[in-house]
Design a protein around this ligand. Structure first.
Ligand code: HPA
Ligand code: ZN
Length: 332
């Protein structure tokens, strides 16, 4: 099974590129940029990655990304992950990135975008990997700031596939961002949002109704509302579920109790992703292996999940057809 999962062409729709920053690279960039880290070693950093909840993780996530200052740092961050993912059989990734978290530290949008876009171009040329770009807004910051960043990103609109909504979910409902998402719609950008991770099922419904999203990131708490499940089922809105992330952030108490099988039983359009692989115990392959072990799924289940992901990936139609055709000939 592990060989099958490694060789399977896998697609991940939910990955925060800043959350792919491994401690080894964090230390290298800290040294390069003369930045002091609160850890004395890679081991000490890894030992600190035990989270009570989403906010506990976000504190270390924002601290970790403080080593990213120059275009080269963003390029190195993304290429490091793209190479690792590609070596594990990942063929497409839609990346989230958090411009506000960098702007706040005095790092310009040009620095962030040029580094990430060069890495995307390099990966698409030299690896068997396509990359989608999701500019995410921090929902615990004011909506006016998000709108301003979206306008500021005008030179890059044509490079973006979508906008997203992430960071601390509780008490920051989708309704807060209606104006930003309307503007993105006017610009012809797709919309996605985290909802139903720590927040209630009603946020899933709000994201569908008020933000007109084509994707719900996480969404697992939809199971607490028949209406949310029904709406997701009727529209077949894709859910980007991140099993190892949910266990790390205590959104579920163990993988064996994870609602993934229940979501599939309801006929929902489920996919799996790694979210923040450097912090949550592994990338997309590790998430696949963990699901195989915890749920006893057969090969067909993983073909279905990756077919779902390919159909919804932010990529060109020829690439989508190519990836679907490659799944059709996978042997097991
Ligand atoms: N949830 C919300 N915001 C995030 C996450 C997450 O899992 N990872 C990075 N930003
Ligand atoms: Zn996420």
């Amino acid at each position: 099974m592990q060989d099958f999962l490694r060789n399977l062409p896998k697609v991940e729709l939910h990955l925060h590129i800043e959350g792919s920053l491994e401690p080894e690279l964090m230390f290298a960039l800290a040294e390069r940029n003369g930045i002091e880290l609160p850890y004395s070693s890679v081991e000490e950093a890894k030992a600190a990655y035990r989270f009570k909840d989403l906010q506990g993780f976000l504190n270390l996530y924002f601290q970790g990304m403080s080593v990213l200052r120059h275009e080269q740092d963003f390029y190195d961050l993304a290429m490091d992950y793209f190479k690792r993912a590609s070596s594990e059989g990942v063929v497409h990734i839609d990346i989230h990135f958090d411009p506000q978290a960098h702007l706040q530290r005095g790092v310009s949008l040009d620095v962030v975008m040029s580094g990430l876009l060069s890495a995307k171009q390099e990966a698409e040329q030299s690896l068997d990997l396509s990359v989608g770009m999701i500019m995410a807004f921090l929902r615990d910051r004011p909506a006016e700031e998000a709108l301003q960043v979206l306008e500021q990103a005008a030179p890059y609109w044509s490079e973006l596939d979508a906008i997203g909504l992430d960071s601390a979910e509780r008490d920051h409902p989708p309704s807060k961002f209606v104006t930003v998402f309307k503007r993105a719609q006017e610009l012809g950008l797709a919309r996605v949002a985290h909802a139903g991770e720590e927040g209630p099922a009603s946020y899933v419904i709000e994201a569908l109704d008020l933000l007109d999203v084509c994707r719900i990131d996480h969404g697992i708490r939809c199971l607490e509302s028949d209406e949310a499940v029904e709406r997701l089922y009727q529209k077949q809105t894709v859910l980007t579920v991140c099993p190892l992330s949910n266990v790390s952030l205590n959104v579920v108490d163990s993988l064996t109790h994870h609602p993934l099988p229940a979501l599939l039983d309801k006929g929902l359009n489920v996919t799996i992703s790694s979210d923040d692989p450097a912090y949550f115990g592994g990338g997309l392959l590790a998430n696949h292996i963990a699901c195989a072990q915890s749920f006893g799924w057969d090969e067909e289940a993983f073909l279905i999940l990756n077919r779902n992901a390919i159909k919804e990936a932010f990529t060109t139609e020829p690439r989508r057809q190519e990836l679907l055709a490659r799944l059709d000939v996978v042997k097991y």
